[in-house]
Ligand binder design. Sequence first.
Ligand SMILES: [Zn+2]
Length: 350
Amino acid sequence: MPSWLVPRGLAGRRGFLSCAAAVPFAAALPGEARAQAYAPLIEDLVVQQVPGAPIYYVLGHPGVPNGTNQGHTSNAGFVVTDEGVVVFDTLGTPSLGHAMLQKIKGITDKPVRHVVLSHYHADHIYGLQAFRDETGAEIVAQTKALNYTAAGNTDDEAAAPRLAQRREALAPWVNADTRIVLPGVVFQVAAEIRLGAHRFQLVYAGPAHSMSDIMMLVLPERVLFAGDIVQNGRIPFMASAAVNTKNWLAGLQEVSLLEPRFIIPGHGKPATGAAEAISFTDTYIRYVRAKMARAVAEWTEFDAAYEATDWGPYRDIPAFGASNRGNAYRVFLEIEAESLAAGDTAKPAQ
Ligand SMILES: [Zn+2]
């Protein structure tokens, strides 16, 4: 375990202290990696600053990654300390990651020391390649991120088919040179990075939206990078076997417990209060769960239950068409499994 990474427990919350595990990390060798020519962006990144703090972020567009939004659909950010920069997430293409690094260099000449990934999904990690090749930063994620391999040994987003899909959908920004970069340092439940006068508390909140969801609380400012536990302004993607909406709701409660003063979600606009930040995701997950729980309890087939549900409150939200039906089906299966585990197997009397 590197000396900067301090394992910590969440006293009283999860009841145990986990030890951070380190995997071998190879620092970038001089001359080994050179910034390659990345396809230019059609729209510049806009960096915003948390008021009164050396904390910066960029906001992605709503909707799913496509040629119009150039794959810029997720948020990312960075914190400038006396001793270097900590980055949280790297955007959805190597070009975007490279552009973000240029923005950092325009604000500080301090080196990027750590890159923390909220979770391993394409829209947050494809920019990592630029940070791997152009900085000596250590790449930090939750242990399960190591399963995100091109060999397809993953219980989350299937890495290889996703890369093939993005090479088509996001050409020329995702291309034959785009590769998946795994973390060099991983932890299981909680860890802390200390750099300059700042502390960065890393908290595992998964499996929820993915197997490897984490959040990062920046102290002393109490600014929370919430990753995809918190999403606003679009229908969150839940159609994966790794999604656990029960844990996801618990993760949203954790956001409140961390008492952040400013929250930057994985998608959508930031908020200054936890209640405001979590409201959209929390309400949506509870809505889908309530509708599908009723269908499971009444032994209604999924298709019929889906058609009978009033999706009016969500129909006009970006990514509804791409994600909602798959989300509902996944939640239907999850609740079916929950009720089987609870021994709720008797078909109700007709
Ligand atoms: Zn995302």
